[in-house]
Write a protein of this length. Structure first.
Length: 81
């Protein structure tokens, strides 16, 4: 076994736990992401609003993929751009 294989084997339980926690708390995490984005946008006086909105959206998409990886049909497909 190589180094990466050892790391993957050791991190597999943590990855499953993160997925379970993300699924249980997806709504609360999404709300907090929105709140943080709003605070950061306020602190930057709207200068980076588009980037903040994009970043928050990508974070929510990633959260959805992590939370629903074990759902029927597999992981959430990426959004069409």
């Amino acid at each position: 076994m190589g180094l990466l294989d050892n790391l993957k084997a050791k991190l597999a339980p943590a990855k499953e736990k993160v997925g379970d926690l993300a699924q249980q708390h997806e709504g609360r995490i999404g709300e907090k992401l929105d709140k943080v984005a709003k605070v950061v946008d306020s602190k930057t006086h709207g200068k980076y609003s588009d980037r903040i909105t994009t970043g928050a959206g990508k974070a929510k998409d990633a959260l959805g993929k992590i939370a629903h990886k074990d759902s029927p049909g597999g992981p959430t497909p990426p959004a069409d751009s």
